[in-house]
Design a protein around this ligand. Structure first.
Ligand code: GFB
Length: 328
């Protein structure tokens, strides 16, 4: 028996971002007709008073907190105050308002950068806070750890049904393709696309790969995360308590690859065979962050979009929407 009825009012915080948009359409397709969203212009979630007023007015039954300031390794390293400050403010506003207005379940989305730089691979949920963080994204990581701890604290002190999903690196339609702020997969897709035939002699121009290319990353297609969000939202509390007494669940695909191999796969999808140049002035970040997915496996969920399929879908979206605007 699932926790959520079809007319349950579900507030998707951050419904216009890559993740929130995928969650919204996935919930609609699953038959949920009572979804609520606000753009950041309509409601600044960093403002606790405006957020509380919104919760009082709308009285959502369920909340998915996908709103966050996100970005790739360079953005995290360059804008630490934004990454820790904005995300802490959003979490405080939304999680506190959910508690104060009696939301049935709040699902908070974190990120696997919260685990220690040298965590055992694959990283189990209980490796949290067992070692130092990766410096480049410690700001975002501390904010996401605080958000998870706030959910855990409300559960312990007040019995609130709040829990955290920890997705691995996400990608897909609606991603950020700005080369300064993007994550690696969309950045390399755009670079390879724009380098095709761009050399003076009409051959493919070189693509600049940041760092050594040796770090390994795991990539989860955003629609699979959206399915995991729906799946966990529907789980009865006793099932959650059984596998995740500490209220945290990793979401991943169970395999990773080096950035170098990702580049080769993207070149194959895009049809780029120019040279790859390493920009060693850029950071490698954490050497690896593969997540242990045994808790979600135990609940009966696994991801099902192969990496190549997800890259092809993302590239199609990019060409239809982003490349044209950028080229214009
Ligand atoms: O995806 P990414 O920016 O973030 O970088 P993280 C992953 C790896 O790809 C790093 C390399 O080793 C980068 O040096 N890389 C190679 C590139 N070429 C590029 C490029 O053109 N652009 C980018 N962006 N990377 C993020 C955290 O860490 O993971 C966030 O900073 C969040 O806070 C996210 O947690 C999930 O995977 O290293």
């Amino acid at each position: 028996m699932r926790l959520t009825s079809e007319n349950a009012k579900i507030y998707v915080a951050g419904h216009r971002g890559m993740v929130g948009r995928a969650i919204w359409s996935h919930l609609e397709n699953a038959g949920y007709t009572n979804l609520v969203g606000r753009t950041s212009e309509e409601l600044d979630l960093r403002d606790p008073h405006a957020t509380r007023q919104f919760f009082e007015e709308e009285q959502p039954d369920f909340v998915v907190l996908a709103a966050a300031r996100v970005g790739g390794i360079l953005a995290n390293d360059r804008y630490p105050a934004d990454f820790i400050g904005d995300n802490l403010a959003i979490e405080q506003s939304v999680i506190n308002a959910a508690h104060e207005t009696g939301v049935k379940r709040l699902l908070f989305l974190g990120s696997t950068c919260i685990y220690p730089k040298q965590a055992p691979q694959p990283m189990p949920e209980d490796s949290l806070l067992t070692g130092p963080l990766e410096p480049t994204n410690q700001w975002y990581a501390v904010a996401k750890i605080a958000g998870h701890k706030l959910c855990e604290a409300y559960h312990r002190q007040h019995g609130d049904d709040m829990l955290t999903l920890m997705p691995t690196n996400l990608y897909g339609p609606g991603d950020d393709f700005d080369l300064e702020t993007a994550h690696v997969l969309p950045a390399l897709l755009r670079k390879a696309h724009e380098a095709k035939g761009a050399a003076p002699d009409g051959s493919d121009a070189p693509v600049a790969l940041w760092g050594s290319g040796t770090p390994k990353r795991e990539f989860l297609y955003v629609d699979d995360l959206a399915d995991a969000v729906r799946f966990v939202l529907e789980r009865p509390e006793e099932e959650i308590r059984e596998v995740a007494p500490d209220r945290i669940l990793n979401v991943g695909v169970g395999e990773d690859l080096s950035i170098k191999d990702l580049m080769a796969l993207i070149q194959d999808v895009v049809g780029h065979d120019g040279p790859i140049q390493h920009d060693r002035s850029k950071p490698d970040g954490t050497p690896r962050k593969l997540v242990d997915t045994s808790r979600l496996d135990a609940l009966g969920w696994t991801a099902d979009t192969p990496l190549r399929t997800g890259i092809e879908k993302t590239y199609d979206w990019f060409r239809e929407r982003v490349a044209l605007n950028v080229e214009r």
